[in-house]
Every structure is written in structure tokens, then in C-alpha cells.
Design a protein around this ligand. Structure first.
Ligand code: NCD
Length: 437
């Protein structure tokens, strides 16, 4: 028997193996009753019922002895692998973010929150993104990539305005030959007929092998992942932006952009990253700030008007992770310290009564004059869309990398999708075989 220990600590039988073991009986009997191996073999061959009984008893005793070891060994693997179908929604929903992340390590590989990533996973995804990018440069490579997921279909469900994230995912899917279907407006779905959002999504999932979704309700992607994991069609869910809380794939592409920018300069470790703008309601900042805690000696500055400053819950997470940060309103003061400046727009779609129109945001913009005081090696990023927070004449500066960031998004998302389906080995093999390093 093969015993695996599930997370409640119960043993469950997951398969059978032969209780035969005559190959191991000879040494055991040698130990137990003495005599040469040959003599024992003869005993086994010639022995009557008595000997057979002895053998069976000894084998049983030996097998019983191995159970604790099997349980421990398999338990070590399974002990960390928390499954969404083993916890109620209520309990799961109440977990702190870092604990929730532990539920997304196993198949199906949902990508829902920044807190589920390890640094090693990020580094692997960045390497995979680079391989996909390089392979796609040649027609033969692009054709090869298009075979990788040609047996799969993705549902793009965008119930919130989106053009770049939608197109980024769609292009990533096309790069890998993954067919897509989409719903971009929940008014065109049966939700208007009174269907619950859960039923709507479950219907969509019947047509697809993966759902990539953006939704105005914070936590809804998690709810969908939990719901699907408790059905017989548990397809992976990729969160393409949920409410004002999480945007894990934007954070992933931001990490990829930072990695590429500091490739020749020791990587992300030890860098200073300055977040500017509407930090209270910007989900990209919330997700990226967490991912930066996975790197060594990164210092973060949060620069915003008081009403739009980063929320306490994010700072608590950073405190727990031991990250150094400063909260300030003085953008010009921190500009020269920045290795990366991450600009964001005012997220006024979350205003209740036009309150952001009363806030003076003029000191939270970057223009050509500011470029003078920036480090020569600094980079200026933006998840886009931008408004006035970066003046257009900054675009031509080599440090303005937000357009490259958009393109990086496509590669990072292609890498994530491929890894979600566990097909990255084929890319690695192709890359090595064609000497593309
Ligand atoms: C961001 C988003 O939707 O949160 N955009 C994006 O995904 N590229 C940022 C924003 O809308 O300001």
C-alpha cells in the first residue's frame, strides 16, 4: 500500500503495490534466523506450509515497519501542498495573504495573489520569458512556439475595462498557439438574466482549459479558483487584475522588467524603488511592493499625497517581511536616490464622490527637468495607462522604459501560461538544442 498523508493529518490510501517482497526476504531471514543466504534460499524453495507461513509473517512484520517511513516521506511532500478542496471558502477567505499563497502551489496552478510567488519561481519565469522571447525572433522558432499549447483553449473574461492587459494576454496565448475565447463585458453574459457570477464563470469554464479573468470585485478570482477546485473541472485561474487589491501578473512583468534593466548591475538586490501616485487604490503597487520583499536589501519609498498614501495593510506585510521603506510626500527629495521610479495614475474610478478632484497631485509628476537629478542608471516605469504624471517629453529619455515594460508583459505572461500547463521543458530543450543562449 502506498500511504499519503493529507493536510488534516489523516492517512488516505492512494494506490496499491505488491506485498511480495521475496527479494528482500533473504537478507531479512538471514538477519533474523541466521544461516547462509544460499541455505535460506533453499529453505524458501523447499519449504512447506510452515516455511511459507514464516515468510508471510516476516514479510508482514517488515512491511508494517516501513509504514511510518512511507507516511513520513510522502507526508513531507504532501504536507506542504495545501489543496483548495480541503478548506471551506469561509476559512480560506479569512486566511492572511501569505497563508493563502500556500494553497496555490499545487495543480491546478492558479495565479491569484503576489504572495504565492517565491523568488525561485520568479527567477524561473523570467528565464523562461527570455527563452520564449529569443526563440520567437526566428520564424522557425515562432512556429515551434505555436505548437506548444495548440491543444488548449483559454477563456479571457474581462469584466472591467482593459486594453493592454487583455491584448497582452491574448498575444501571449497566440504566441503559444493557445486558442482563446472571450467575454469582455458582463452585460453581454447571462448575469443580466439574474445568473450568479459564480454560475457565469462556471459556464465559461466549460469551454476552456484555463480562465484568465479581470473583475471589479476584490477577491473574486480567489473565489472562482476555490469554486472550480471543488468541481470535477478544476481548471487554472489567472488573475488579470481584481478590484483594487491584486494584479499579480503585472507585478510579474514588472519584476521581469526590473531584472532585465539591472541585469548588468547585480539584479534587483540592493536597489531603491520609488512608488509614486495613487498608492491607496493602485493594485499594481500593492502586488509589486510585496514581490520586492523577496529580494535582498531592497529599499522602497512610497510617495503620495496624504489621502492617496499606501495603506496600512501593505506596510504591515512589509514590516513582517523585514523590508526597509519610507513613506513621504517629497518626490523631488527621493528622486536622486531612485534606481527605479514606478509612476501610477490617480485611480478615480474608485472615488465615491469625486474626492480625488480635490487633491493637488501636481507634485507627484515627472517631467523633463527632473531627469537632471535622476541617476544615470535609473529607470522610469508605469503600468499604464498614464495621464499627466509623466510628461510626454520624458518618453525619449533612455531611462523611460514603460513601453518596453508593455512588451515584456507579453513574454512574462507567455512564460506563466506555459508553466501553468507544465510545458516549459519543451522550450528549455529547444533553446538548448538551437544554441540560443
Ligand atoms: C493597471 C490596472 O489595471 O490596474 N493597468 C494595467 O493593468 N496595465 C493600472 C491602471 O489602470 O492604472
Amino acid at each position: 500500500m502506498n500511504f499519503l498523508q493529507n493536510k488534516q493529518g489523516r492517512n488516505k490510501v492512494t494506490g496499491c503495490c505488491r506485498i511480495d517482497g521475496s527479494h528482500r526476504l533473504v537478507p531479512i531471514m538471514k538477519t533474523c534466523i541466521g544461516g547462509s543466504e544460499k541455505a535460506i534460499e533453499r529453505l524458501i524453495r523447499n519449504g512447506g506450509l510452515f516455511h511459507f507461513g514464516m515468510i508471510a509473517i516476516l514479510d508482514f512484520v517488515f512491511w508494517i515497519g516501513t509504514i511510518p517511513r512511507i507516511v513520513k516521506k510522502e507526508g513531507d511532500i504532501m504536507g506542504n501542498a495545501k489543496q483548495l478542496n480541503e478548506i471551506s471558502w469561509k476559512k480560506f477567505n479569512e486566511l492572511p495573504l501569505v497563508k493563502k499563497g500556500e494553497y496555490f502551489l499545487e495543480s491546478p496552478h492558479h495565479t491569484l495573489i503576489a504572495q504565492q510567488f517565491s523568488r525561485e519561481q520568479l527567477e524561473n519565469l523570467c528565464m523562461l520569458a527570455t527563452k520564449i522571447r529569443r526563440i520567437s525572433k526566428r520564424r522557425s522558432g515562432a512556429n515551434f512556439l505555436r505548437t506548444l499549447l495548440s491543444d488548449k483553449r483559454a477563456m479571457l473574461y474581462f469584466a472591467q475595462p482593459s486594453s493592454r492587459t487583455y491584448l497582452s494576454f491574448k498575444s501571449a496565448c497566440e504566441t503559444l498557439g493557445l486558442n482563446t475565447i472571450d467575454v469582455r463585458d458582463s452585460k453581454t453574459s447571462s448575469e443580466v438574466k439574474g445568473e450568479s457570477p459564480e454560475d457565469t464563470v462556471r459556464t465559461f469554464c466549460s469551454y476552456a482549459d484555463m480562465i484568465i479573468m479581470r473583475h471589479p470585485t476584490g477577491g473574486f478570482a480567489e473565489r472562482v479558483a476555490w469554486m472550480l477546485s471543488n468541481t470535477n473541472r478544476p481548471i487554472p485561474v489567472l488573475n488579470a487584475g481584481s478590484g483594487a487589491d491584486q494584479h499579480p501578473t503585472q507585478a510579474l512583468l514588472d519584476i521581469y522588467t526590473l531584472e532585465r534593466s539591472f541585469e548588468q548591475d547585480g539584479g534587483i538586490d540592493g536597489k531603491s524603488v520609488v512608488f509614486v501616485g495613487d498608492l491607496a487604490r493602485g493594485r499594481t503597487v500593492r502586488s509589486l511592493a510585496w514581490l520586492l520583499t523577496l529580494y535582498n536589501n531592497v529599499k522602497v519609498y512610497f510617495v503620495a499625497p496624504e489621502q492617496l498614501q499606501i495603506n496600512k495593510d501593505v506596510l504591515e506585510l512589509l514590516d513582517a517581511a523585514g523590508m526597509e521603506y519610507e513613506v513621504t510626500q517629497d518626490f523631488v527629495d527621493v528622486m536622486p536616490k531612485a534606481d527605479a521610479i514606478y509612476m501610477t495614475r490617480i485611480q478615480d474610478e474608485w472615488d465615491i464622490d469625486g474626492e480625488s478632484t480635490t487633491i493637488d497631485t501636481s507634485a507627484f509628476c515627472i517631467n523633463k527637468e527632473h531627469l537632471e537629478i535622476l541617476k544615470k542608471t535609473a529607470v522610469i516605469m508605469h503600468p499604464l495607462p498614464r495621464r499627466k504624471e509623466i510628461s510626454v517629453d520624458v518618453d525619449s529619455d533612455v531611462r523611460a522604459i514603460f513601453w518596453r515594460q508593455v512588451r515584456n508583459g507579453m513574454w512574462a505572461r507567455a512564460a506563466l501560461i506555459l508553466a501553468t500547463f507544465g510545458r516549459e521543458d519543451e522550450v528549455n530543450a529547444y533553446f538548448a538544442k538551437n544554441n540560443l543562449a
